[in-house]
Design a protein around this ligand. Structure first.
Ligand code: UP5
Ligand code: MG
Length: 200
């Protein structure tokens, strides 16, 4: 049979809203592959011989959004690699992307014909809870951006650049919002409700 066209759910929300945590739980319960744009960028930053390592490093510390050419290539490769290994794996959670207009533009140019975006899963969480979670994690995460200075910038970038993208999808009726300030299991119960309703 023909390979299935990749089916994508964009997972968005502020820094520390719980995107990664909830994606991990989704993967345990549903047939999705989790791709975190941030994780892919951090891996690329650490890869020997990477041409974009230094740029990625400085952008992440500054809470700025890396030029989409870099991110989209990492995402595309990861999707292709996944589907090459297993044709059944055509459902993707793309976590932390698209974060701004540049990201959206890049996705449209490179991926619009190659994948279907089913909906946006939006983890809605107030800034203070986001900051507190990241600072708590920062005690042993080793992440260069889990500190007060970087977090101020990440929140700023989120409000200025990412919220407008969520609003754009909202106008298309594509956003499924979850109150992410509650505990992990309560949040996941809502996530389940959404995924079950969306069919699979
Ligand atoms: N936690 C989670 N859920 C909880 C709950 N319900 N109650 C209590 N605690 C909860 O969770 C964060 C912390 O909170 C953890 O300690 C967790 O145990 C706890 P996590 O699930 O990791 O939240 P998440 O939303 O994934 O937070 P993350 O820090 O990963 O979000 P960001 O969006 O800031 O980070 P990301 O890795 O996506 O991006 C980092 C940087 O990469 C960006 O700032 C940017 O510089 C760059 N980037 C790009 O340039 N382009 C991209 O496309 C993507 C990233
Ligand atoms: Mg994350």
């Amino acid at each position: 049979p023909l390979a299935m066209k990749p089916q994508v759910v964009f997972v968005l929300g502020g820094p520390g809203a719980g995107k990664g945590t909830q994606c991990a739980k989704i993967v345990e319960n549903y047939s999705y592959t989790h791709l975190s744009a941030g994780d892919l960028l951090r891996a690329e930053r650490g890869r020997e011989g990477s041409e974009s390592g230094q740029l990625i490093d400085s952008y992440i510390k500054e809470g700025k959004i890396v030029p989409v050419e870099i991110t989209i290539n990492l995402l595309r490769k990861a999707m292709e690699e996944t589907m090459k290994q297993d044709k059944e794996k055509f459902r993707f959670l793309i976590d932390g992307f698209p974060r701004n207009q540049d990201n959206l533009q890049g996705w449209t140019t490179v991926m619009d014909s190659k994948a279907d975006v089913k909906f946006v899963l939006f983890f809605d969480c107030c800034n203070q809870v986001c900051i507190d979670r990241c600072l708590e994690r920062g005690k042993d995460s080793g992440r260069t951006d889990d500190n007060k200075e970087s977090l101020q910038k990440r929140i700023q970038t989120y409000l200025q650049s990412t919220r407008p993208i969520i609003e754009l999808y909202e106008k298309q009726g594509k956003v499924r919002t979850v109150d992410a300030s509650r505990d992990v299991d309560e949040v996941f119960a809502d996530v389940k409700g959404i995924l079950d309703k969306e069919g699979e």
